[in-house]
Design a protein around this ligand. Sequence first.
Ligand code: SF4
Length: 489
Amino acid sequence: MLTKSNYLKYLQCTRYAWLYKNRKDLIPEVDDDLQRVFDMGYEIEGYAYKLFSDGVDVGDGDIKEQIEKTKPLMVEKTPVIFQPTISGKGLFCRADIIRYRKELDAWDIIEVKSGTSVKGIHIDDLAFQKACFEENGYKVANFSVIYLDNTYVRKGAIESEKMLKEDDVTKKVNGRSESTEENIKKALTTIKKKDEPQVKILRQCQNPYECPFIPYCWKDFPDDSIYEIGGPLGAGGIEELIDQDIIRTCDIPEGLYTAGKVKRHLDAVKDDVILIDKNKIKENLSRISYPIYYLDYETFGAAIPLLDGFGPYESVSFQYSLHIQEEKDGPLEHYVFLAKEFGDPSAKMAASLKKVIGKKGTIIAWNMSFEKGCNEEMGERAPEYKEFFEDVNERMYDLMEIFRKGYYVDQKFLCSASLKKVLPAMVPELSYDDLDINQGMAASYAWSDMVTKDMKQEEKDKIYNDLLEYCEQDTLAMVKILEKLYQIS
Ligand code: SF4
């Protein structure tokens, strides 16, 4: 039996489909982050159901029961069915919503997605459902995708009809019918094979979704494998190297990359050195003037906006960490703000920042476009601070630029300029590993739990302190990295 998810996995990678069918034991347990993604999907489905006043829900649970429950509802031509479940002729699928079209005596199939646009994979999803329904003798008419409208702004209770929009994709789905039939045949053959298919590992493991079999498929790769560099090599580059049996970065032939970050990384690997362009670093650092303000924000964005005035995935800045240094090698002062209550903290955070950021000096961030964006948004939400934030943005300096432009290249950065890669290589004594919250996404989820969930005060206090520690680490990291750069330039 080929399921819809199996089919979509087949399109991503033939081995993925085979493992999914035959080696379920290798799939890691659903962790909290993945569960949040599932829950968000269910929540959006719930809002989509509200668009249909006459829907009958087949419900979640035992698949056989769902199939048996679906049959009579379809025979009776129930106007709208949620989660109809179909099985037969080697195919199995569960649609999100189907709508009976009396005038055509056929069904519309509607897919609910948590994104803000229709993607190619949604068309493949519906094309599979079309094949499944038709193979089992049901006539289908139109296909559409319901997704989040990114122009929606919450005002009071969520209004499904404003937050969600529905696009007709019938033409696209019908246009993919032939290739879908072909792919279904191939996928059925693949999953029935006795042996695991051998595939070239390119970029399919993370595209379009992160594959849960990565720990299994990648287990024998050395630490310096070409996959650790990944993105900058591109799928074409990786394929070219695999065809030559090159797995380790140090085995990449000289001359294959003549410019850019991969070339710089390979030069550092080849000579086993840290490449430093002192002049460029010095020139870059000359733009900094004291006092220095090292600034970092943490934000939270929900698919379904939690707050009035926010749209889908629109972020609320809830925390800052700010280290201030009046003069070179001078002592550090540290300031923080962390919203404890549910609500838009823009005005309070702006007021707190305005008190401590003086009129002169450079404001340093890592990947400053992010902090600048937060400032612009806070300036919009708290217009009395708009001018203040404009001034902050004009005085901002991006410490990441030195690494992104390749003025300082350590092979341990693995072609990346992210703070999480640069810090452990340059300042190993300052590690994120010992922190209970050590990733931006974890910080974001932790904050939303702290301000929205019913939990014991000591649990809230723990999250509060962990968040303070995490955000402080980001600004302290910049202090230490700048110190090193001054020392070498
Ligand atoms: S980890 Fe990559 S190669 Fe392995 S099954 Fe997943 S997508 Fe395929």
